[in-house]
Design a protein around this ligand. Structure first.
Ligand code: PLP
Length: 414
């Protein structure tokens, strides 16, 4: 199809509002192909992908080993009967068990992040039967009704209320505030170890450990949502490793599918899984755990470990963050803060309008970026963890030029 026909089709059959947003950003072009750290469009542009599919492309686009694993399953048995045992699911679960923290050794495969969160909420309730959940302001756990009940942005929740009852919101990073609401009625505390869509919010050192102590003291579960922070993104295979914190349930998706297949997973300890094993059909998914998805997860986990991508993200991220801090000093009129861990970095602009201007200028330099969903004044940088080293100075140079242009525009209209 010609580009004009595609845009008309998008407007007519997908979402006219989104089509307007894409046109406004100059992104009403068609993606042709993607490989490694690059995305190519039909206008002949080659974007350096520092958005990374919102945390999906930790391994870059179309990683050959992951693609090969999926192709092999496609030819062998793309979907299964589900009545017999599927080897790829067992392989992926074993590999997950080897890399996830502590006693986590049981897995339920899903197709997305929000499905993983929904399942974790149900398994927590099934385990202890308690009523309330505690979650953090600014959090993002997905957009189905259960996950939305733990969403830290009113704008996303309010049109759908009433949501699930007894979901209590606390400020993120404040262990005292959490301690004040966790009690014998608390089923679980649900947190991201480092908030992604909330604006790349890094909690104070020791916060996660304190949360673990508070939940354990009251017999409440700790559910960590590592959908975005997991699979090496923050310099650790899973962000909770930094404080040696072991959750009762871990929630995964995004990069688990290696950037090739949609895959999510809920991981839990044998203790939390006990009730589920008594009633194994109380939670299920037709497509969850399918052979192609699990082959992708299995291959992605091998690449993560063998290519030591977590360590690489930690080292590269530190140097990249230092360079970005210099940009903050250079452009104080528009850049309010730069923060992050590993290759999960946020540039906070002075306002949402300024962020919009900056995003336009950055995209025009063929560098893919986007704002965070719950904090649109923050632009996130989440490049593939295996991005060649020389592309980081290249990205800094493009950002430098774009921020210079954005500053000039802001000054012109101020
Ligand atoms: C931390 C976190 N949890 C859950 C989700 C929801 O994942 P999905 O969009 O696959 O449902 C996201 C998506 O951005 C996320 O960042």
């Amino acid at each position: 199809m010609e580009n004009a026909e595609l845009i008309a089709g998008y407007t007519e059959h997908i979402n006219a509002g989104l089509a307007r947003v894409l046109a406004f950003m100059g992104m009403d072009a068609t993606a042709i192909r993607a490989e490694g750290p690059y995305v190519y469009d039909d206008r002949g542009r080659r974007f350096l992908d520092f958005l990374g599919g919102y945390g999906v492309f930790n391994f870059g686009h179309a990683h050959p080993r992951i693609v090969a694993a999926v192709k092999a399953e496609l030819e062998r048995m793309p979907l299964s009967s589900k009545l017999l045992i599927d080897e790829p699911a067992i392989r992926a679960a074993k590999r997950l068990s080897a890399v996830t923290p502590g006693e986590i050794s049981k897995f339920f495969f899903t197709n997305s992040g929000t499905e993983s969160v929904e399942g974790a909420i149900k398994l927590a309730r099934l385990h202890n039967g308690r009523a309330s959940f505690v979650y953090a302001r600014g959090s993002f756990h997905g957009k189905t009704l259960g996950s939305l009940s733990a969403s830290g942005r009113d704008q996303h929740r309010e049109p759908f209320e009433p949501l699930l009852a007894q979901f209590i919101q606390v400020p993120f990073g404040d262990a005292d505030a959490l301690s004040a609401v966790v009690d014998e009625n608390t089923c679980a505390v649900l947190l991201e170890p480092l908030q992604g869509e909330g604006g790349i919010n890094v909690p104070p050192d020791g916060y996660l450990r304190e949360v673990r102590e508070i939940t354990s003291a009251h017999g409440a579960l700790l559910i960590l949502d590592e959908v975005q922070t997991g699979m090496g993104r923050t310099g650790y295979n899973f962000a909770c490793e930094r404080e040696d914190v072991v959750p009762d349930l871990i929630v995964l998706a995004k990069a688990l599918g290696g950037g090739v297949m949609p895959v999510g997973a809920i991981g839990g300890t044998p203790e939390v899984w006990a009730q589920f094993e008594q009633k194994p059909l109380i939670h299920s998914s037709t497509f969850g755990g399918n052979p192609m998805a699990c082959a992708a997860a299995d291959a992605a986990l091998q690449v993560l470990v063998e290519e030591k991508l977590a360590g690489r993200a930690g080292r590269t991220g530190e140097a990249f963050l230092a360079d970005l801090m210099k940009l903050r000093e250079k452009y104080p009129k528009i850049l309010a803060d730069v923060r992050g861990r590993g290759l999960m970095i946020g540039l906070q602009f002075t306002s949402t309008d300024v962020a919009e201007i900056a995003i336009g200028a950055i995209l025009a330099k063929e560098l893919l970026v986007a704002f965070t969903l719950n904090a649109p004044e923050v632009v996130r940088l989440e490049p593939p963890l295996n991005t060649p080293q020389e592309l980081f100075p290249e990205a800094v140079s493009r950002l430098d030029t774009a921020l210079g242009e954005a500053t000039a525009l802001v000054e012109q209209y101020a």
